[in-house]
Every structure is written in C-alpha cells, then in structure tokens.
Write a protein that binds this ligand. Structure first.
Ligand code: HEM
Length: 484
C-alpha cells in the first residue's frame, strides 16, 4: 500500500521531531477575550515551529558539532495547543476531535481533571478533587505554549514576543497566564537522563514514511497513530480538514521522589543475580533499579543484558532498542513483566507471538517528549533520604487517540495480554502495577530473578501535581479555522 505523504510544513514540530531544547517553558494560558485572541493568533502563526523547521534546526546543530564550534547554536521553538475548554471559549465546534461525537464522553472533552482520580489513579483530596496544584483545578486552562530553546535568555525573549502578540500586560490582553513551568535538561553527562538516573527517550515509535534511519527494534508504525487524518488514525475519515495533521497531547506534571527511590533500592537490594552470583549492596541496588525500569541507568535493556550493564550496547542505536521479550514470554528471569518499559510497550509479549493470538501494540504507542524540571538532589536530601525541593518530569506525549495511548498506558492495562496474567490469578493482580508511574502502596512480583513470584511492596515514587489533555493543530488549522 502507498505510504502517506506527510506535509512537514503543516505539522507542529514537537509532534514528530521533538523541539530541540536545553530548557523549555510549559506556559498554560486562559483566553480572556475569544474574538481578540483569534485575531492575535494570526500574528503567532509565523512564529510556530514546524517539523520542517525542526529538521533544519537539527541539521544546524549537527553541523555545529561536526565543526567542533564552541557553545550552543542559538535557537528557539514555539508550539501551541488547545484544551477542549479552549475551543469552547473560542466558539469552535470540536466534535471532529472526539472519539464519540454523539455523547462526547471522551478523555479530551472531559478533561484530565475529571479523569485523574477515577481513571488515572491519582491521589484525591478529601473533596474528591485530584491532589494537584490549584492552577490545574480551576477549569481555566484553555491552551498551552511550549517554548523551547538552548538557553533561558532565548526562551524568556521568545516568551516576551508571544506575550506581546496577545497584548499581555496591556488593556487589550486576550490571554492571561495561568502558570509557567520551566523544564531543564540535567547537567553534563546526565543530560539525557531523567531524575532517577536512567537514560530516557530511547524508544519512541518510528513512523512509516517519515523516519529515514530505521534502526532495528519494534516494527514501524503508521503515521496516523501519532498524526490525525492519516492511515492508522481510526477517526481519519471523519476528521474535518482543520483537525488533520494535528495530534493530541497528554501533559502531566510529575514530581519524582528521588532520595526516597534511592533509599528503597538500597533497603531492598538484591542479594544475588539470576545466575546465582553474589552481589555487593551497590550492585544489588543497581540491579533492582534496572529491573524496575527494564533498562540499566546507562539505557542498556535488561532483556539483552539482564545481570550486567553494558554501556557500549546502551550507546549503540543499532542495538539499544532491538529487543522483543521474544523468548521469555512466560518468564521474568531477564525482565519482570511489570518493569516500566515492558508494561508500557510489551512488544512481542503481545504482538507476533509464536503461538497463540497476536495482539497489535501499535494503537497503544505514544510519542514521548517532555523534559526534566527542578534541581539536582542536595547533600542534605541524600543524607535524610527525604525530598525537600521539587523535581521530576514534565511528561508530554502525542497520539491520535488519548484513550488508547496515554490513558491506557497510565492505567497499566498493557500487560493484560501476558500468558501468565491470563492463567495465574495471583500473578495477574500483581504484575499490573508499574513500579515507576504506579500510584499508591502496591506490590510487584518479578523483581528477584531467582524467585519471580516473590512480591515486594513499594510506595509511590512519582507524585502527580497537575495535567491536561490538549489538541495540537496543524498550521492550516490554526490559520484558516482557529485564527480569523
Ligand atoms: C520509557 C522513565 C513516566 C511511558 C521510559 C524509560 C525511562 C522512563 C527511564 C526508558 C527509556 C526509553 O525506553 O526510552 C519514566 C519516568 C517517569 C515516566 C521517570 C515519571 C516520572 C511515564 C508515563 C508514561 C510512560 C506517565 C505513560 C503513561 C513510557 C513508554 C516508554 C517509556 C511508552 C517506552 C517503552 C518502550 O518503547 O520500550 N520511561 N517514565 N512513562 N515510558 Fe516512561
């Protein structure tokens, strides 16, 4: 079949290529004057960074590196997204975005606040609201600017430009800032690592017809899994033109309890590896962490190197994503069923199983972006094993179906298909709980390779502080329908 042609000048840059960034603002706004906003938006459109622009920017960065030039290439990016309440405020009928236009009970319409406690499992306040920062509780968030760049000066300047377009600070302002959260890549060698210390951003879906370098790994996915209006988007045929070439963005503001996580690893350090080799307390803590995530801190997948890290393998894009749990469908020896990466993308556990049903994984895949926030752990926090300063992940992911993408994964439903979970009830209850993003006190099996049925209980290490669902429209959608 013909491969969809993607108009890279029509798709916002973060969706397919990821805005290049050292630092980034997630700037949440409220629209105070709808008609005025739609006029102002015309002036923002030329500032929006498309996929085409990001590819050019990435080339500039590569050339700069090749020539061994000092410093960083100065560059910024701007993307814009809207919540359902934003479209309501703008009087734009967004039925075309809904998975069920007749009832409009889809996640995008309902919004993440309503979804948080009942569906996502976030802790609740006594009044039943999610225990989030107030700014995410008032139904005021209409849209989001993502402003990225190589330095704080660059993104502050870009934010001033954006504010000027919408008259912020003057009587004619059409928006009000609700909250801006600043994300920062971690310093030095930790730059691609999240705050628990693991290399992140290794495995994202490779898009048919878009990605040129296809490294060995999970099968490529149809563009419509991530970009609306294309093959793989179930609602493709009924998307109105303005809603094509866009994507749904699930945003989550997640605190990570790093000193507590580290202490947990030390307190529960494994004594032996899967070959029965005795481990030092440090090695035992390291292996336990690797088994919770499914990768070593270096990024090397434990499905390939279960008991000893291999930093060379971790760095090699031809090898670091080329694993399938293929010959361990019923085994947790190498990788626990509930390890974060195995639950969030079960690969051949579900798809292409040698015997039995093959359940496609592609509809549940998401394009992860996001950035770290907060300072490094202080000496005092380390010594007291207690978080004093907020830090964590501004999690963001794109997909064309929020229910099958983010919502499904966060509910940890993905590994229901494990042969084991179907046959063993006790097991079924326990493998569901993701040790990284899971909420509440919970138990997990499979952490001890020599005794996979042994259960370890654990508290939550990730605390949700807010979130929302957005739609990130195409450039044409912005120009011809949303702006006037
Ligand atoms: C992969 C950490 C939240 C979905 C990973 C990896 C790490 C990680 C270290 C491995 C790197 C890679 O394969 O690219 C974290 C941390 C989180 C978090 C520390 C919270 C603070 C989430 C959430 C979701 C999610 C909320 C979705 C609901 C995924 C997916 C993968 C992944 C889909 C790729 C799995 C694969 O394709 O093998 N995460 N994550 N993560 N994570 Fe998370």
């Amino acid at each position: 079949p013909a491969v969809d042609k993607l108009d890279l000048k029509n798709i916002q840059g973060d969706i397919l290529s990821g805005l290049p960034k050292k630092t980034e603002f997630y700037y949440f706004f409220n629209i105070t004057d709808g008609p005025e906003f739609r006029k102002d938006l015309c002036d923002l459109v030329p500032l929006i960074t498309t996929v085409d622009q990001v590819l050019k920017d990435r080339k500039r960065i590569d050339d700069h590196k090749k020539q061994k030039l000092p410093g960083l290439v100065p560059l910024t990016g701007v993307n814009i997204s809207f919540s359902h309440l934003g479209f309501v405020k703008l009087k734009i009928n967004d039925d075309t975005l809904s998975a069920n236009p007749a009832s409009r009970t889809d996640a995008f319409t309902v919004g993440q606040k309503k979804d948080a406690v009942t569906t996502l499992g976030d802790p609740a306040r006594p009044d039943g609201q999610p225990d989030w920062d107030d700014s995410f509780l008032k139904n005021e968030i209409h849209g989001l600017f993502i402003i990225s760049g190589e330095s704080i000066e660059s993104i502050e300047k870009k934010k001033r430009e954006v504010n000027k377009i919408f008259g912020v600070g003057s009587e004619k302002a059409s928006i009000k800032e609700i909250k801006t959260i600043k994300g920062d890549v971690r310093p030095g060698d930790l730059h691609a690592h999240e705050h628990f210390g693991f290399l992140d951003g290794i495995s994202n879906p490779v898009i048919k017809g878009f990605d040129k370098d296809v490294n060995p790994g999970p099968p490529v996915v149809d563009p419509g899994v991530i970009v609306t209006g294309h093959t793989g988007d179930e609602a493709k045929d009924r998307r109105q033109d303005w809603a094509k070439d866009g994507s749904f963005l699930a945003f989550r503001w997640l605190d990570q309890l790093v000193p507590e996580f580290d202490k947990y690893l030390v307190d529960n350090a494994l004594k032996e590896d899967g070959n029965g080799q005795t481990l030092t307390p440090e090695q035992g803590a390291e292996l336990l962490g690797a088994r919770m995530v499914g990768r070593w801190k270096s990024g090397a997948p434990i499905d390939l190197v279960p008991f000893k890290d291999d930093p060379q393998l971790a760095k090699d894009p031809k090898r670091n994503n080329n694993f399938h749990y293929a010959d361990e469908i019923n085994s947790q020896l190498r990788c626990p069923f509930a390890a974060h990466v195995r639950k969030t993308n079960p690969r051949n556990d579900l798809e292409g199983r040698p015997n039995g049903v093959s359940i496609p994984v592609a509809p549940n895949r998401i394009m992860r972006r996001g950035i770290q926030f907060g300072k490094e752990v202080t000496k005092e926090e380390k010594e007291s094993a207690t978080t004093k300063l907020p830090r964590g992940l501004l999690f963001a992911c794109y997909q064309t179906n929020l229910e099958k993408g983010f919502q499904f994964i966060q509910q940890s439903k993905v590994s229901f298909g494990h042969a084991d979970s179907r046959t063993s009830k006790a097991h079924d209850n326990h493998i569901r709980l993701d040790p990284i993003v899971g909420q509440g006190n919970r138990v997990m099996s499979g952490l001890d390779p020599l005794d996979p049925k042994k259960e370890l209980s654990m508290p939550a290490f990730v605390v949700p502080r807010g979130g929302e669902y957005f739609f990130t429209p195409s450039l044409k959608g912005l120009k011809n329908t949303i702006a006037v």
